[in-house]
Design a binder for this molecule. Structure first.
Ligand code: ADP
Ligand code: MG
Length: 160
């Protein structure tokens, strides 16, 4: 587990940029599976803010808005695909079946999920779980590896 503290939003954004470099490195190395990151934390903790920082670090220059109603937002950054899910409003996990959920989790894709717990049983396990908690004006963030790839990736990130 890796524990970090950010005093303000710009520190969290800077972390997102650095973390994105390591994620990119892993995607470029050609994994057999998608890289799956769960973002956990209360409303307003900063899950979407962190996603925005990561997506923009990959080179996306436009908006990154919360896919609250669409459930998923796609960012095509060839050769990668980044998918940002927000399952907060998912009423029935069956909905994920209808949207062809499995097609998103393929090699060279990065899947970032808010409220992944609502899709339990329908979505792949995480490689890394990111927990974001309020700490006054700042945030505490912990990174929990959940797979071999996640462990490697975090070891690599921590070594930097
Ligand atoms: N240290 C911080 N890190 C991240 N966000 C912060 C921080 N301090 C204040 N904020 C604000 O908190 C809000 C987080 O919102 P958002 O990222 O949409 O949360 P979530 O997706 O977890 O519901 C934003 O309005 C952001 O400006
Ligand atoms: Mg959000």
């Amino acid at each position: 587990m890796t524990a970090l503290h950010f005093d303000n939003e710009s520190q969290l954004l800077a972390f997102g940029q650095q973390f994105a470099q390591t994620l990119r490195h892993y995607l470029e190395a050609g994994q057999e599976h998608s890289l799956t990151i769960y973002l956990n934390g209360e409303l307003g903790a900063g899950k979407t803010t962190l996603t925005r920082s990561i997506v923009q670090a990959f080179g996306h220059t436009g908006n990154v808005k919360s896919p609250t109603y669409t459930l998923v937002e796609e960012y095509a950054i060839p050769p990668f695909g980044i998918y940002h899910f927000d399952l907060y409003r998912l009423s029935d996990p069956e909905e994920l079946e209808f949207m062809g959920i499995r097609d998103y989790f393929r090699p060279q894709t990065l899947c970032l999920l808010e409220w992944a717990s609502r899709g339990q049983g329908m979505i792949p396990e995480a490689d890394i779980v990111v927990e974001i908690e309020y700490a006054g004006e700042g945030r505490d963030l912990t990174l929990h590896p959940q797979s071999r790839v996640g462990e490697n990736l975090l070891a690599n990130f921590n070594a930097k």
